[in-house]
Design a protein around this ligand. Sequence first.
Ligand SMILES: Cc1cc2nc3c(=O)[nH]c(=O)nc-3n(C[C@H](O)[C@H](O)[C@H](O)COP(=O)(O)OP(=O)(O)OC[C@H]3O[C@@H](n4cnc5c(N)ncnc54)[C@H](O)[C@@H]3O)c2cc1C
Ligand SMILES: Cc1cnn(-c2ccc(OCc3ccccc3)c(C(=O)O)c2)c1-c1ccc(Cl)c(F)c1
Length: 470
Amino acid sequence: EESTRRPTKKKVVAVVGGGLVGALNACFFAKRGFNVEVYEIREDIRQAKVVKGRSINLALSHRGRQALKHVGMEEKIVSQGIPMHARMIHSLKGKQSPIPYGKKDQYILSVDRANLNKELLTAVEAFPNTKLNFDHKLQGWSAETGLMTFVRSDGSKEQINADLIVGCDGAFSALRKQFLRRSRFNYSQTYIPHGYMELTIPPLNGEFAMKPNYLHIWPRNTFMMIALPNMDKTFTCTLFMPFEDFEKITTGDEVITFFQKYFPDAIPLIGADTLKRDYFRLPAQAMVSVKCSSYHIGDKCVLMGDAAHAVVPFYGQGMNAGFEDCIVFDEIMELFNEDFSAVLPEYTRVRVPDDHAIADLAMYNYVEMRAHVNSKWFLFRKHVDNILHFLLPQTIIPLYTMVTFTRTRYHEAVERWHWQNKVINRGLFFCAAGAFFGSSYLLIKNPPDIDKLVVPAEKMWNRLVALRTS
Ligand SMILES: Cc1cc2nc3c(=O)[nH]c(=O)nc-3n(C[C@H](O)[C@H](O)[C@H](O)COP(=O)(O)OP(=O)(O)OC[C@H]3O[C@@H](n4cnc5c(N)ncnc54)[C@H](O)[C@@H]3O)c2cc1C
Ligand SMILES: Cc1cnn(-c2ccc(OCc3ccccc3)c(C(=O)O)c2)c1-c1ccc(Cl)c(F)c1
């Protein structure tokens, strides 16, 4: 009688990291009725002034939106974002060429990182069964006892346990350090030679200085720059460049000379004086790619978001992939009736191939754009993608479309992309062969009257000789 009345004591889930994925994950677990404790090293960013050194805005796309939708946050976040329906490619001459992403409903959103994090933290707090613990730095964790040790800024320590520990503490995860000590844990990290720096394009006469509903891209092979719009009518530009090139620029004049050579149209938009000042405000930041497996230890601990898979930002998918981690984990929780001993291994089995695929795709984009992509090549590639998709909509789906506008599993999108490339290459081969054999057949069938060809050629030659001697 007593046991049927008293609700089963819901387990405690500790989420380490109150960033984008940790905060969203906390909502997923809270929605399931778990008692959720979030431990975040920083102070509550909703009270803090400015969050330094992080990318100021991000591209939110389908995968991320589906995760937000699951916890009822999609509409609120989308309403505070700016739709980007197309890329706007800036040529060296300053010509701007739009290339649509696809149909009307296929757009990505520019969202403010800090605002998104604040909204998600507030959403966590709205659940009665959650608690946010700021100024809690995870120092260590024992896989044997399950005890986590947190250090506060006053030096005090706390030892805390939980039924499940979810590591969402980012690319340099403290929780993952415990995984590294275990046998058969695979781990790789790659810092790329490029760094990134953020610059701002202010409003022009109170309005956006460029068309706002576009992802502005300045592809210059080794150097790339993008600009995403903000609600305050500014644009946040991200300049990607090798550290060695950042280091070569040491004076304001050298900044201007560099921009005059590669991004001349951006100088009046940013403002020469602002550019000289902001370029030296913060050093260029590093970008790291982290891959690891497995994502779990026993039935006790699981890694998600950048803690599990930090990706270089050349596909705009890092946060979207981390948000999708939350949906996938939740789907498996449903499937295995929240039995952690079954859920965690299944999550690793299902999710590792996909997160590794997007890490590889982002790195591939980086290498491809750095090597080949200037504005002409970018336009050519994307127009070919769109034309082929228009001609064979069920057969040829651009890779960017599968990654950005569908929830096709990342590794399946890569497999389909390889298959599509084979179909296209075969198609091109047969077209070329057909043209060759067709024209040969016509030439044999109706040989040209050679005399008629020779005379005009001779006349042309004589004219050229006369021109040269005159
Ligand atoms: C330049 C740049 C541009 C990007 N652009 C995009 C984009 O357009 N679209 C996109 O989808 N993604 C983008 N990303 C990727 C995106 O920023 C990350 O994938 C996303 O922030 C990962 O979220 P996370 O919560 O896993 O990690 P984080 O956002 O890093 O959050 C980790 C949290 O854990 C906390 N923490 C860390 N260590 C501890 C500890 N020991 N104890 C307690 N708390 C701790 C941190 O304070 C932080 O709050 C970009 C990244 C960069 C660098
Ligand atoms: C933030 C964000 C959101 N999406 N993308 C993105 C990325 C790559 C793309 O194409 C790769 C390609 C173009 C041409 C040839 C091969 C590959 C496209 C596209 O197709 O528009 C869009 C970015 C982004 C991030 C960093 C840089 Cl440097 C950048 F340029 C864009």
